[in-house]
Design a protein around this ligand. Structure first.
Ligand SMILES: [Zn+2]
Length: 290
């Protein structure tokens, strides 16, 4: 993977992108700008007075309903659906960037991380003159909610073992292991699209959700088959791994082995918050463990 070198990274030049937002169905513009070392991933709402900024970190998360949403508490300033961009940034080792956005939600692209990976690759990666920080989990951390659970174990690298189990003939049980060391993100994970049920579409539309959702930006699941063709037989579990990576990127770069069962954004963020607590308490900072 393109994480060569031990230094922090940003993008080499500004780049723009426009596309539909999944929930509002509106066209959204983003502009990515290079940032300094240790600035982190910062979203800037250019459509609001004062252009308020929200840093992508566990404490900024204000909602995990159907996506990961960050915001400034008590101001109503929010950015929805950051997880696919976050996943793409992680894959390129980019930990510092300013993402200007003129709406409340990021563009959905094709429902995967691929458009963002390509966009960032077009901008190019710039190596900053400051060592990269990788937070190494030193003790196992668990989170659990109903039949969903997640654990991160100490591991010299970054690995995810994901079990998806959905009582639906099209999904069923899928298991996949992703190891950062295998350089498989770009071909095996980034193209995996988000998914939704055809039956739920109408209900969501009535609630003003998924208005931009279509077979162009999600796998639509019918009663017995998918409405549009899959990119991989196990595309669903691949997308779940894409989401876990995006949510874990709220802490920048971490080392550990994550075992997840049926988890969604809520549990991912709960885990990210507990990892942050451990980072703050122990300060287990290492460089270049990957
Ligand atoms: Zn997703």
């Amino acid at each position: 993977m393109s994480w060569e070198g031990n230094n922090q990274k940003t993008i080499a030049s500004p780049i723009e992108y426009a596309g539909l937002a999944l929930h509002s169905g509106k066209e959204v513009h983003i502009r990515c700008l290079p940032a300094e070392a240790d600035q982190g991933v910062v979203f800037r709402r250019t459509d609001l007075v004062g252009k308020p900024e929200i840093k992508a970190e566990p404490a900024s998360v204000v909602s995990t309903k159907r996506c990961t949403c960050i915001g400034l508490p008590e101001t109503g300033v929010e950015v929805y659906t950051i997880e696919h961009i976050m996943s793409a940034l992680w894959s390129l080792g980019i930990g510092n960037i300013i993402i200007e956005i003129d709406n409340v939600e990021t563009p959905v692209g094709d429902g995967s991380a691929l458009p963002f990976v390509k966009l960032l690759q077009t901008a190019g990666v710039k190596v900053l003159n400051s060592p990269r920080k990788v937070w190494k989990v030193k003790q196992a951390i668990w989170v659990k909610e109903r039949d969903m659970s997640m654990v991160i174990l100490p591991f010299e690298g970054f690995k995810i073992s994901y079990t998806l189990d959905y009582e639906h003939p099209v999904i069923g049980t899928q298991f996949l292991e992703f190891d950062q060391d295998d350089n498989s993100y770009f071909n095996e994970i980034a193209p995996a699209r988000t998914f939704g049920f055809e039956r739920e579409r109408e209900v969501l539309h009535r609630r003003g959700l998924a208005l931009g959702g279509s077979a162009d930006n999600a796998v639509l699941i019918g009663d017995q088959r998918t409405i549009n063709p899959l990119r991989f037989p196990d595309e669903f579990v691949r997308h779940k791994i894409l989401d876990v990576i995006g949510d874990m990127a709220l802490n920048g770069f971490i080392a550990g082995h994550i075992i997840a069962i049926r988890s969604g954004h809520y549990l991912h963020v709960e885990l990210a918050k507990k990892i942050k607590e451990q980072i703050d308490a122990r300060g287990e900072l290492v460089y270049d463990v990957y």
